[in-house]
Design a protein around this ligand. Structure first.
Ligand code: DON
Length: 565
């Protein structure tokens, strides 16, 4: 290349990376702030709030409401989730707005006379709905730490619902599936249809008038706009008419809870993540400590030794998760401090055999995989406040039921409780006490919104959907950045595995783990199973030298995007 062409090329690259970063590169730069979410419009809403002087909490509230409109398979007001918030002074707190079991719930509520789960009722039908927490969580976080008025943060979502936005191909594929589904999916039948009764096609503007009205109530009345008044009355009426048990009393009693994060030191970093009722942070920290004890830094990424060590850490953390974790308000004796301690990690790896796979004891604990029907987003602002937020409806489009007058879909999060007391099987059922159903109890989650800091400043903001795979997806991405020095987009795309104690097998991303490595692992006694894709990560890292944020959305997200400014 001639030198003047080269200079032109450099100038053009600089121009593009400065002014059009978000559209052209896998990794996006932002000096003043960044939002990375599962929908480009929601990321843009968040960045606009930052530009108007909002802080990371304000941008989080606006992005979360926008995702409830643009990414309804998981973005929600009918579900729940978690926020991990690192303030610019390095202090970290969390908000727990996990759904709760209704007052009329009981440990055997899903069982038939034969003692088995009746009609998949912990995931299907209105008994599977937990009392939603999202609006309460966002409101509480905003009341405590927000800067801009609440109404300004709900308004962008109202506009997206009222005026509509173009249907993408990704959403269209789901729209076709949802519009022709199971007969119980009442709200889904017309959810994606236009005035002519057709499923809105790609490129056509999709509007959600009923959801816009519900959001108006929330804009006007804050949390009371959802948990009291018209909306709460309609929720109760809809539940009563369709076999649900959530009442206005359940709604009025719902409270989000601010909790201390779980944390550990790893190399020169500090890791902060979500405590119970999520199992994510405890298991993540246990695994980081296990790998530190096994000197992971000396092991090459993607080698046989790497996969073996990572899988053995997962096996142990998932067994402990199943045995010990549940809602802290119902399990005061939960040994969280022990599980996240360095000494426990050392002892837990004492029986590690570097040459052979351990065996999961099928008389003990485990549980089924999840899909990718949760959504994570990451936010940073110009002052260095950072937010990692994951929220969910449990399955894709939750229970696929809801009042068409309200325009939002309910979760089926009750399925995250252990459904059959005392029954734990090698195929994946867990029956341990800490996570049995009880009135007003929160079901155990795997969501793992996480922030890593260096020198008291956010260094990595990360999270993912994926049910139980979430914990392992986040774990490996944290390793990729902290141990293997990968830039954020590469760390997100790199090969991931999943082991969860039971079933006793390593799930790996097809085409990303060499056949030679697989053979070597099988010879060590591991069972391997391919899968298409693990996780949908949304991450931000910070370069302290350049003083710039870098964000990336997982390429497996249909409409996801990082937006920086
Ligand atoms: O809270 C949890 O761990 C799950 N309800 C998350 C669900 C998910 O990621 C996708 N699931 N199938």
């Amino acid at each position: 290349m001639k030198i003047n062409h080269y200079i032109n090329y450099l100038a053009l690259s600089l121009f593009l990376s400065t002014f059009l970063p978000t559209y052209l590169f896998a990794q996006t730069y932002g000096q003043n702030g960044m939002v990375v979410s599962d929908h480009y419009l929601a990321s843009e809403v968040g960045v606009e709030i930052l530009k108007k002087g909002g802080n990371a909490i304000d941008a989080t509230v606006a992005t979360a409401f926008a995702l409830a409109v643009t990414h309804p398979e998981a973005g929600n007001i009918g579900g729940g989730g978690f926020i991990v918030y690192m303030k610019s002074d390095g202090d970290v707190t969390t908000f727990d707005f996990r759904e709760k079991a209704p007052l009329a719930a009981s440990p055997t509520m899903f069982l038939g006379e034969d003692g088995k789960i009746k009609d998949n009722s912990n995931h299907r039908g209105l008994l599977s709905v937990g009392v939603p927490g999202t609006v309460a969580g966002l409101y509480q976080a905003h009341q405590k730490y927000g800067k801009l008025p609440w109404k300004d943060l709900v308004e962008p979502a109202i506009q997206l619902a009222k005026k509509g936005f173009p249907m993408s191909w990704g959403l269209y594929k789901a729209a076709l599936r949802m519009s022709e589904g199971d007969e119980s999916w009442d709200i889904m039948k017309d959810y994606f249809r236009n005035a002519d009764g057709e499923v809105v096609s790609p490129g056509e503007i999709w509007k959600q008038a009923a959801l816009a009205k519900t959001l108006e109530e929330i804009k006007k009345h804050g949390r009371d706009g959802f948990y009291k008044g018209k909306v709460a009355a309609e929720i109760e009426a809809y539940m009563k008419a369709n076999g649900g048990i959530i009442t206005q009393e359940d709604l009025a009693k719902y409270e989000a809870v601010e909790r201390k994060p779980v944390t550990t030191k790893f190399k020169e970093f500090e890791i902060f993540s979500m405590p119970p009722p999520s199992s994510g942070g405890v298991a993540l920290i246990e695994m980081m400590n296990l790998l530190e004890a096994a000197d992971i830094s000396s092991v090459e990424f993607n080698s046989t030794a790497y996969v073996h060590l990572v899988a053995e850490a997962m096996r142990r953390a998932f067994a402990d998760r199943a045995e010990f974790l549940g809602d802290p308000d119902f399990n005061p004796e939960m040994p969280v401090d022990k599980l996240i301690s360095k000494d426990f990690a050392k002892a837990r790896f004492e029986n590690l055999d570097l040459k052979h796979a351990s065996k999961s004891d099928s008389s003990k604990y485990g549980q089924l995989y999840g899909g990718d029907h949760t959504t994570h987003f990451s936010v940073v602002d110009k002052d260095g406040n950072a937010i990692s937020m994951t929220y969910t409806l449990e399955n894709s489009y939750g229970v696929k039921m809801g009042s068409s007058k309200l325009g939002f879909i309910f979760n089926n999060e009750m399925g995250d409780f252990n459904p059959i007391p005392g029954v734990t099987t090698s195929t994946g059922l867990i029956g341990s006490d800490p996570n049995l159903v009880a009135p007003e109890k929160r079901m155990l989650s795997s969501m793992t919104p996480t922030i890593v800091s260096k020198d008291g400043k956010p260094y990595l903001v990360i999270g993912s959907p994926g049910g139980r795979t979430i914990i392992n997806t986040v774990f490996q991405t944290v390793l990729n950045v902290l141990v293997y020095d990968m830039r954020i987009d590469r760390a997100i795309e790199a090969m991931k595995i999943h082991h969860q104690w039971l079933p006793d097998q390593i799930l790996y991303e097809r085409n990303l783990l060499s056949p030679d490595t697989r053979k070597a692992l099988e010879e060590m006694g591991h069972t391997l199973r391919p899968t298409t894709n693990i996780g949908v990560l949304m991450g931000i890292t910070y370069d302290p030298n350049l003083k710039v944020y870098m964000g990336a959305a997982d390429s497996s997200s249909e409409d996801g995007a990082a937006r920086g400014y």
